[in-house]
Design a protein around this ligand. Structure first.
Ligand code: RB5
Length: 148
């Protein structure tokens, strides 16, 4: 079976430049980017963009999602409301690796007002470069979904 190499990207109005930098970076690594906007800096609402990206992941259309808002927090909260989504905000590579290895995260959230572009790309690399370890972590991850 061909692995799903598709990643959905979205943000609110604060992060168009960072989103493009991530799109360029991961495209060069062979990921197929599905950028669902927004395309202008006109003020918009992060829950709509977080949910839209999350639905692409939850449906299986995209393997992972990367979402960005000012802090990464609001858009993460919205994404995590979609069934099947495990999204964490990361400000460092260690956490980004761990949310894949231990939490089987399928979405990564970044704060454009918190991390610079270079660090954001490092975080993305750590996230995409790590695999879920399963085992005892699978037992714990399986306990998340029934919570709501
Ligand atoms: C928008 O100003 C800001 O509130 C948003 O990007 C985000 O930080 C919310 O969590």
């Amino acid at each position: 079976m061909t692995p799903n190499k598709r990643i959905v990207l979205s943000s609110d109005h604060t992060a168009l430049e960072m989103r493009q930098a991530i799109a360029d970076h991961i495209s060069a690594q062979g990921w197929e980017v599905v950028d669902i906007g927004p395309t202008t800096t006109q003020s918009t609402h992060y829950p709509a963009h977080g949910a839209a990206a999350a639905q692409r992941v939850a449906s299986g259309d995209c393997r992972f999602g990367i979402i960005i808002c000012g802090t990464g927090q609001g858009i993460m909260m919205a994404a995590n409301k979609v069934k099947g989504i495990r999204c964490g905000v990361c400000t460092d590579g260690f956490s980004a690796r761990m949310i894949r290895q231990h939490n089987d995260a399928n979405m990564l959230s970044l704060g454009v007002r918190v991390v610079g572009e270079g660090l954001a790309l490092d975080i993305v690399d750590a996230f995409l470069g790590a695999d879920f370890e399963g085992g005892r972590h699978a037992t714990r991850v399986d306990m998340i979904e029934p919570l709501g």
